[in-house]
Each structure stands twice: as structure tokens, then as C-alpha cells.
Design a protein. Structure first.
Length: 198
């Protein structure tokens, strides 16, 4: 992928975020400096492990196509996160349509190097699947704030900085995400209880 990205350059014009100059932004440089951020954002937005590399590549294809539209009025990471949101949305729609279990997930449950007994590994995988189903019920922009705060223990001020959001927006999204999470968890629990009763 880097060979392809190395050959891609913007048409020139946008303000370089680090130097503030009118030097053309280079897709390979953006990839080098922001690939980890994009990867983490895609994970937080619910992209499955088997799809992460493709989604990452899709983000940088969009970056290449749209780089000339980046005017520097926002942080580069904010602009990239907007692209991640759209790409993740497309992947999540595809995943809902196919709902297949990935071989990589099954291998992980089988436990190459897993110290858990098979029944405990299965229970852990089921709990992880339930969590994913509840997180999938959250709107992507709420989900990412929720995961960053509740799962990754990142403070609200740092979330605001990383995503280029006002601090108040982070707080309101986190509050809404907590409410949505509780409702989705209750709905899933009731659904499971009805299935067991049948």
C-alpha cells in the first residue's frame, strides 16, 4: 500500500497543517503521520478486525481524491475523522447485510495462545459479541466518544482535542451515548430472555 501512496500527491494549494505554509500536502506524509489515528478511529467506529486494512486503505483513497478540498480551516485529524466516519458507515452497512462470522474471529476464539479453557473462551467471545451488538446500536459519532472515554479511559479534554470538537459537544455526546448504551443493553437482555423462554 505504501508504494501506491508514495506515488500520490495533492494537486497543491491546501495549507500544510504543521508548517502553516502553502506547501502541497503529500498523501504519503499524511499516511505516515496519521495512519495510527485513522486505524484507531476505524476500530472505535466498529470496523471488524478483518476489514480494518481495507477500510484504512479506503480512507486514504478518499484523502487522495479530496485532498485539494482541504483548506486548513480545521485540523487535519478532524478532517480525517470525518472521512473515517463515512467509510465506517459504509462498512457497517455492508456488515449488517452479510452478517458473516470471520475466520479470524473464530481462530481467536479457538485460542491460539489462549490460556482460557474452551468453555471460558466461548463465554468471553459471547460477551464480546454482545458488547459489539450494543455498541453497534450507537450512532457512530456517539460511539467513538463512548469507546474513547469508557473503554480506553481517555479524558474528555483529550477526546475534544483529538477529534477537533468543542468540549461541550464531547460531554453531550458522552451523555447521550451512555443513555443509548443502557437502552440498547436492556433491549438485548429482554430479547435474549424472550428467546430463552421460547
Amino acid at each position: 500500500m505504501m508504494q501506491r501512496l508514495g506515488a500520490l500527491h495533492s494537486g497543491g494549494g491546501p495549507v500544510h497543517p504543521e508548517s502553516g505554509s502553502r506547501d502541497p500536502l503529500d498523501v504519503a506524509d499524511i499516511h505516515d503521520s496519521h495512519a495510527d489515528f485513522v486505524w484507531s478511529s476505524l476500530q472505535r467506529l466498529g470496523i471488524q478486525a478483518a476489514d480494518l486494512e481495507d477500510a484504512l486503505q479506503d480512507v486514504f483513497v478518499v484523502v487522495h481524491r479530496r485532498l485539494a478540498t482541504f483548506d486548513g480551516s480545521s485540523r487535519l485529524s478532524t478532517w480525517l475523522f470525518g472521512i473515517c466516519l463515512r467509510v465506517a458507515s459504509q462498512y457497517r452497512r455492508k456488515a449488517h447485510r452479510r452478517r458473516e462470522r470471520h475466520v479470524a474471529d473464530l481462530e481467536r476464539v479457538a485460542g491460539e495462545g489462549n490460556s482460557l479453557p474452551p468453555d471460558a473462551a466461548l463465554l468471553a467471545r459471547e460477551a464480546e459479541e454482545r458488547l459489539e451488538r450494543v455498541l453497534d446500536a450507537l450512532k457512530p459519532e456517539r460511539r467513538v466518544v463512548f469507546v474513547m472515554y469508557e473503554v480506553e479511559s481517555i479524558g474528555c479534554a483529550e477526546i475534544a482535542e483529538q477529534l477537533g470538537l468543542p468540549l461541550g459537544t464531547v460531554y453531550s455526546r458522552l451523555t447521550a451515548a451512555r443513555t443509548d448504551f443502557s437502552k440498547a443493553a436492556l433491549k438485548l437482555r429482554r430479547h435474549d430472555e424472550r428467546r430463552r423462554a421460547e
